[in-house]
Ligand binder design. Structure first.
Ligand SMILES: Nc1ncnc2c1ncn2[C@@H]1O[C@H](COP(=O)(O)OP(=O)(O)OP(=O)(O)O)[C@@H](O)[C@H]1O
Ligand SMILES: [Mg+2]
Length: 304
């Protein structure tokens, strides 16, 4: 992420920096993606769900001597949205980062336990991080388009992953911008800077950039918190629409949002100095029949 942040700070980044940033964000391997070129072209936009779910088993995240997360267990089913809620500092972002192995990039951060994406333990030694980060897309709180044109924001990662056929690239750009409801808004100014878009449009562009690489899992870390209510509603509707094709984990501070769009909710809390998942279940049960007293108080707005 350091390289990614460096790129964003500069107006005219070096190509090599952008490449590194994309590799960190999504992983890349030229030959692997070249193989996907044809399949992407052929793929119907209404692809049937093939994404596996995620299973977290006794996951611990440590920064040096401090435990941020201890013993987190959670099932995140495919084809649905799981919301991760909890007060600031309880470890939600750390847990998300461990799923994409972004935690590897933080010095002093250690993750243990097991995280299964389908049958693959993400935390196992020898996991191909480039492949993993292609399978797991991540969208952050602040929209972070690259300082280049709207279409280059999509073309760049595609080319970086080995796609060369310009007609396929153009088709993919149109498809993913359509998927996020941006195509009609930007089709006449694809060559203009992405930084000139509104915050909400930038966030949807970032989601489109993730979708272009055809991930299986989408991780959203408070994707609406920097947006105005209208843009937030658009992104929310978009995430809801994506759930049938992906495994979605959404961190949100907005309990009303979790209630509106999530199928499952996990509550994270700090207990004995470190974050843990105190309760999880289907959204209705968590909000209407919570078992844990903290969940009860938190979901009723009495605590947190
Ligand atoms: N890079 C880091 N180095 C050291 N400690 C960290 C680092 N990142 C997070 N932490 C610590 O880990 C704990 C969990 O942080 P995290 O950002 O995961 O919480 P969060 O639930 O996402 O909070 P918020 O809702 O404010 O985003 C906090 O105590 C935080 O200080
Ligand atoms: Mg966070």
């Amino acid at each position: 992420m350091k390289a990614f942040m460096n790129v964003l700070k500069r107006k005219q980044p070096m190509n090599s920096e952008l490449t590194t940033a994309f590799q960190i964000e999504t992983g890349s391997s030229t030959e692997a993606f070249a193989k996907k070129e044809q399949s992407l072209e052929d793929k119907s936009r209404q692809k049937p769900l093939s994404a596996p779910g995620l299973t977290l088993k006794k996951v611990n995240v440590r920064y040096g001597d401090t435990n941020a997360i201890e013993g987190a267990c959670l099932d995140i089913p495919s084809g649905s949205i799981t919301a991760l809620v909890g007060p600031s500092g309880c470890g939600k972002s750390s847990l998300l980062a461990s799923i994409s192995r972004m935690t590897d990039l933080t010095p002093q951060c250690q993750v243990s336990g097991e995280i299964f994406l389908g049958k693959d333990n993400i935390l196992a030694k020898g996991t191909d991080l480039n492949r993993l980060r292609r399978r797991v897309g991540m969208v952050f709180q602040s929209p972070n388009p690259f300082p280049m044109s709207i279409e280059e924001n999509i073309r760049f990662p595609l080319r970086d992953h080995g796609m060369r056929d310009e007609s396929v690239i153009r088709k993919t750009i149109k498809n993913v911008l359509g998927d996020v409801g941006l195509w009609d808004e930007v089709k006449d100014r694809l060559g203009q800077s992405a930084l000139a878009l509104s915050g909400g449009q930038q966030q949807r562009l970032c989601i489109a950039r993730c979708l272009a690489l055809d991930p299986e899992v989408l991780l959203f870390d408070e994707p609406c918190s920097a947006l105005d209510p209208l843009s937030s509603a658009k992104v929310e509707t978009l995430i809801k629409g994506l759930k049938s094709r992906y495994t979605v984990l959404l961190v949100t501070h907005n309990l009303a949002q979790a209630r509106r769009i999530a199928d499952h909710v996990a509550v994270c809390w700090v207990q004995a100095g470190c974050g843990c998942i105190i309760e999880s279940g289907d959204t209705r049960s968590i909000f209407e029949r919570p078992v844990h007293p903290i969940t009860q108080a938190f979901c009723q707005g009495l605590q947190g």
